[in-house]
Ligand binder design. Sequence first.
Ligand code: GTP
Length: 236
Amino acid sequence: MSPVYKRIILKLSGEVLRSDDNCISPAIVQEMSEAIKSVVDMGVEVALVIGGGNIFRGLSASRKGMDRTTGDYMGMMATCINALALQDGLESLGIPTRVQSAIAMQQICEPYIRRKAVRHLEKGRVVIFAAGTGSPYFSTDTTAALRANEINAELVLKGTKVDGIYDKDPVKYDDAVKYKEISYTDCLSKQLQVMDSTAFTLCMDNKLPIVVFDFHQEGVLKNILCGNTEAATVVK
Ligand code: GTP
């Protein structure tokens, strides 16, 4: 099977790193790194955006009384911790990586520089974008949509715990029906929360397809990149 995409952004929620007794599970980091390696080995250029919800969520904290901006900055720092965990996991498998942060932390990683990120990708390195957009009030979904447009990625892959988009919550409703493909406008009119609205609009306005898939399903990432999206939902 050969890939039909050359450059992609993979957005992973911080939650997928969590295990019952650990906010970052080494076993899950290993599992994720192996899945990402399988894609890199196909010759696809991969950039990653990881959330921070396994460690800290600014929005939830603000609902409990914390200043929203402070909470968001703490959340951005949480994404950096996850980025370093993934960097470590990938490099232990021999995959060269570069972490680029939207907030300067030069002792720890590179600053985000678009042209340098593209160069790293061209050289076969996985670029991990940390610290979100660097601004409060934005999500890591928005970071993925923004960076995808900036680096000319062909696809935003959103890895979650569910294997696609359903007409209603599949955890709560047995009769929930999965969409194989859905348009941006249908997502909006049916109020399907694929991403937050800023992220979604960025993808829609720039005709950037979004694929939602279950990251824990074995081999699914490889299949999607070879054009088989049966086990996922495509928004375009
Ligand atoms: P090329 O230009 O393609 O050679 O890229 P490169 O990343 O290998 O070269 P560079 O000399 O920029 O980086 C060498 C190492 O230093 C890499 O591991 C980078 O991630 C790291 N590095 C580069 N800039 C910074 C920085 O500002 N802060 C930190 N902490 N590391 C950096």
